[in-house]
Design a protein around this ligand. Structure first.
Ligand SMILES: [Zn+2]
Ligand SMILES: [Zn+2]
Length: 438
């Protein structure tokens, strides 16, 4: 019973990190008694409170290459877009503005008739943009940029609201295989292949297991590059946040925090708060539980995961302490007191060392670890380890263990943030870690 609950949690945890998992699926094959020169389909759009953006789009595979047109008439105005289709999955989309509830009839017209047409994620809908820094509705021209459509309309490609008009399509069967991956930001399942990496909804990323980045190209654009994203200036901050988060996950902190909660009936933050008389250990200022910042005591950067020896600090002193060893931050008298409160031997608090069991775990499967880690986090860990143990070079060990993974991770780690759009911070993981602490 208990085992089962734990399993569920682990599944849930895994599902939040499955942005690199490749899902195999199939297109839907449309065919009829003669070659298809056009496909007509329809959906109802119910307008929310105010005028907004919408779109039509999807992914297509045809047995031969052809020029094609996506066409619709909205409020008496004809909209159309040309695109190419062929025997590799490709994308098409058309954005529009809507100001009333309406029936949208759209048509795909093929210059060369096709024996069949495979579609995946054909969608007509209103755009639900992910949250961003402003309320501004993106300009239609901006949404309709060919290399971002249809992802940028934020349609639900798994919605089932489209009706094929019967006189056009007589049969619907399983079509060509397609590979999908979840976007870490909008959460949609979108295509990555098969075929040339970076061609469909995600930019390629050599160091990732799927060969693709975590976020779809539209989220990347809106979140990172676009004018309505103020976060660009915060790259540095995001980057160090990312490395901290990666370290916490790689050192299995969610599992540690959960097991403390299971054993003690409450979270580590609340336990530590009481243990430190509800005060910042450094300045002795009284703290509410909400104000408590859990400090790792021995630094996370040197592979010490959070545990029951954590220190209760205020935000200011947690920020000052950061990656410092206790011996470099506290007075000898404070170290003694910290030893009494946390139960860690004074000698341990006076030593500057990496966490041996964690280091051994990493070295035992260095290629597997490097594959799981973000390249920049791997690099940061290797640097910290070498600082304490000049003879241990995780990069050398990785190269000896697996030259291909070494090359991929090295390449990704060497890229400057400006060359490679930084990975998105993942607020879900922060929330999850915080929830486990209490
Ligand atoms: Zn996305
Ligand atoms: Zn303080």
């Amino acid at each position: 019973m208990r085992r089962h609950a734990k399993q569920d949690r682990e599944d849930k945890y895994a599902s939040r990190r499955d942005y690199q998992q490749v899902h195999e699926s199939f297109g839907s094959r449309l065919s009829k008694d003669r070659p298809i020169d056009s496909i007509k389909f329809v959906a109802e759009l119910k307008l929310p409170v105010e005028p907004c953006r919408g779109g039509i789009g999807g992914f297509i595979f045809t047995p031969t290459s052809t020029a094609a047109v996506l066409r619709t008439r909205l409020a008496g105005v004809l909209h159309e877009r040309e695109f190419q289709s062929g025997p590799a999955w490709s994308r098409f989309g058309l954005g529009f503005s809507v100001s009333e509830s309406t029936t949208v009839v759209a048509e795909l017209i093929f210059q060369s008739p096709q024996d069949y047409v495979d579609l995946w994620g054909l969608a007509i809908g209103l755009s639900h943009f992910p949250q961003h820094g402003s309320d501004e509705v993106p300009a239609l021209a901006e949404l309709n940029v060919a290399h971002l459509a249809p992802e940028t309309f934020y349609l639900d490609h798994e919605a089932d609201n489209i009706t094929m008009l019967d006189d056009v399509v007589t049969r619907q069967t399983q079509g060509s295989p397609i590979e999908l991956k979840k976007c870490s930001y909008c959460g949609r399942l979108l295509p990555i292949g098969p075929g040339q990496p970076g061609r469909l909804s995600f930019h390629k990323h050599n160091a990732k297991p799927s060969g693709h980045q975590n976020e779809c190209r539209a989220c990347k654009k809106w979140r990172i590059n676009n004018s309505f994203n103020p976060l660009r200036t915060a790259d540095q901050h995001n980057e160090s946040g990312l490395i901290t988060r990666e370290r916490r996950l790689l050192l299995r902190e969610p599992e540690i925090l959960q097991s403390i909660k299971d054993r003690q009936g409450r979270g580590l933050k609340s336990i530590t708060w009481d243990r430190f008389q509800r005060r910042c250990f450094y300045c002795e200022k009284p703290l509410t539980l909400k104000q408590v910042q859990l400090d790792h005591t021995r630094p996370l950067a040197y592979l010490w995961p959070i545990d029951e020896h954590a220190t209760c600090l205020c935000a200011e002193h947690n920020n000052h302490k950061k990656d410092k060893f206790p011996a470099d931050f506290y007075t000898p008298a404070q170290l003694e007191r910290l030893s009494q409160i946390t139960g860690l031997p004074l000698a341990d608090l006076q030593t500057r060392d990496v966490c041996e069991p964690q280091l051994q775990r990493i070295r035992a499967d260095i290629a597997g670890f490097a594959r799981e880690a973000d390249a920049r986090a791997f690099n940061a860990i290797a640097r910290k380890v070498r600082e304490i143990r000049p003879n241990v070079d995780l990069w050398d060990e990785l190269r000896a263990a697996d030259i291909d993974i070494y090359a991929q991770v090295r390449d990704a780690a060497d890229r400057r943030p400006t060359d490679d759009i930084p990975e998105l911070v993942d607020p879900e993981i922060d929330e999850q870690l915080a929830a486990l602490e209490y």
